[in-house]
Design a binder for this molecule. Structure first.
Ligand code: HEC
Ligand code: HEC
Length: 447
């Protein structure tokens, strides 16, 4: 489709393309009246409904996790600050943006937009943050207000980590880019704001200072999803055990999800909603009932979580449907050299042996996409924290849009050039400097 004259779509952000696709679907369904008593009611209209339901879940659904972030950690009190009934200095929009939280410009009424433009909005006041949360404009952060307008609780959604904005209005403020990894977000710093870390210290069986040290070690763009399973915060060499937040686009057709291939996408969605976000759903995985590999999870009973009502399972279908439609973004014009990329493709498919694992069009592997750490000349630390003991061949589409923070699960290679150098020595490829450069140009264009 991309090559069939729809080139202009390539230069629109993915979200805009999706919205365009969405509005086309909407128009189609608006003009075509459903025939009564159809034998198979599944049609464009119901598909569109599923898509928009999934988008709402992805962007706005907390799965009831406000009972943890608000009810337990009291995060809303740290956002309010003591002047507004909370604790501490409160979270100003400036500090929220500095921690990598994003603002959805489309959620701002034009009066607010005008006021920001004229410098009339106080970006140093937590009051403004509360107003933005009330407008549902802080991406991935959902406020719960009482009838007097007081913030009573706060929850997180998938979008907080797996969306960013295009900065079209100002840095950190713009149109949503769903599925993009938020490599600016300092999750550890946000959690550290919480006035009450007891739910986390209890879970991990560690004191507050130890927990804060672990949280501070993550830095922007990283989160340690396995800390709540095994309590390991650092690698043997003392580096943080956190992984990069991956993108959630370009996963259509990819077998196992996560860097270590924990399970399929919908498995992982349920895992995260229940065990990481602490939503109120059902989740089962007997592999986690392993006190040696997963002491924290085994003690907390994460292998069999039940809630009534189940606020996660009924949403998994729509969520998955939406995620499968998240297209990787095309690289901006001028961000790579097309002629060199063309030559790089030949190396990727030939001498470089890359496509023996990164098989187009998913650029992961059909069938089992797991590899032993030694196959890619890497250590097994993160693989050993997973039931698979392996690394999943990373799907490479839209790599360019997650370059910040580096590559490989923990960002150990700061640039694509460093990744290529690693393979060059690992596989003894003897690629020339020019070949390696061409390969990098190709990697920048895979989408
Ligand atoms: C606090 C940040 C955070 C939140 C919130 C979050 N994720 Fe993630 N997500 C991550 C990290 C980090 C990983 C990588 C984990 C790993 O590989 O060990 C990940 C991995 C994934 C993957 C696998 C991607 C791939 O390349 O296979 C998917 C899919 C995903 N998340 C979807 C979701 C969904 C859906 C939600 C909401 C239910 C969600 N995430 C909430 C941080 C987050
Ligand atoms: C034996 C299978 C295999 C081969 C061959 C292979 N890769 Fe990989 N690739 C992997 C695995 C597994 C990972 C995940 C490593 C990790 O995250 O620690 C990966 C990760 C990557 C990443 C990082 C993606 C990200 O988002 O962090 C890039 C880039 C990459 N490979 C490019 C290449 C290139 C270029 C070649 C050829 C020179 C190549 N790969 C050959 C299996 C392979």
């Amino acid at each position: 489709m991309r090559r069939a004259g729809l080139k202009i779509l390539m230069f629109l952000p993915a979200a805009a393309v999706l919205m365009l696709a969405g509005s086309i679907l909407l128009n189609v369904s608006a003009v075509s009246k459903p025939a009564p008593r159809q034998a198979a009611p599944a049609n464009a209209q119901s598909e569109h409904r599923l898509f928009s339901q999934g988008r709402d879940v992805f962007r706005y659904d907390t799965f009831g996790d406000q009972s943890f972030w608000g009810g337990g950690l009291q995060l809303h009190k740290a956002i309010e600050g003591s002047k507004l009934g909370g604790v501490g200095a409160g979270l100003s929009p400036k500090n929220a943006l500095a921690a990598g939280l994003k603002v959805d410009a489309a959620a701002l009424p034009s009066a607010v937009v005008q006021a920001i433009k004229k410098g009339k909005v106080d970006l140093d006041s937590p009051k403004t943050t509360l107003a933005l949360i009330k407008l549902n404009a802080v991406v991935g952060v959902k406020g719960f207000f009482n009838s007097k307008g007081t913030l009573r609780s706060v929850g997180l959604t998938c979008a907080v980590c797996h969306s960013t904005v295009d900065d079209s209005f100002a840095k950190g403020i713009g149109r949503r880019l769903d599925g993009w990894a938020n490599r600016d977000l300092n999750v550890g710093a946000v959690i550290s704001l919480a006035p009450n870390l007891k739910p986390v210290t209890d879970l991990l069986g560690a004191d507050e200072a130890t927990v804060k040290k672990a949280l501070a070690s993550w830095g922007p763009g990283k989160f340690d999803a396995k800390l709540f399973l095994d309590g390991k915060a650092f690698m043997p060499d003392g580096k943080s055990a956190a992984t990069l937040i991956p993108s959630a686009y370009g996963l259509n057709g990819v077998n196992l999800a996560t860097y270590t291939g924990f399970g399929q996408m919908t498995y992982w969605n349920a895992f995260v909603a229940n065990l990481e976000m602490h939503g109120q759903g059902n989740f089962v995985d007997a592999r986690l009932n392993n006190p040696i590999q997963f002491p924290i999870a085994a003690r907390a009973g994460f292998f069999d979580v039940r809630h009534t009502p189940d606020l996660v399972t009924p949403k998994l279908g729509a969520l998955q449907y939406y995620q499968l439609g998240l297209q990787p973004p095309a690289p901006p014009k001028g961000s790579y050299d097309p002629a060199r990329a063309q030559r790089g493709k030949a190396i990727f498919d030939g001498e470089g042996k890359c496509s023996s694992c990164h098989v187009p069009p998913t650029f992961s592997e059909p069938g089992s996409n797991l590899r032993k750490p030694a196959e890619i000349c890497t250590d097994s630390f993160d693989a050993d924290r997973s039931p698979t003991g392996a690394y999943r061949t990373t799907p490479l589409r839209g790599l360019w849009a997650r370059a910040k923070g580096g590559f490989y699960h923990d960002g150990r290679y700061p640039t694509l050039g460093a990744v290529v150098d690693h393979y060059n020595s690992c596989f003894g490829l003897n690629l020339s400097t020019r070949d390696r450069g061409d390969l990098v140009q190709y990697l920048k264009n895979i989408h």
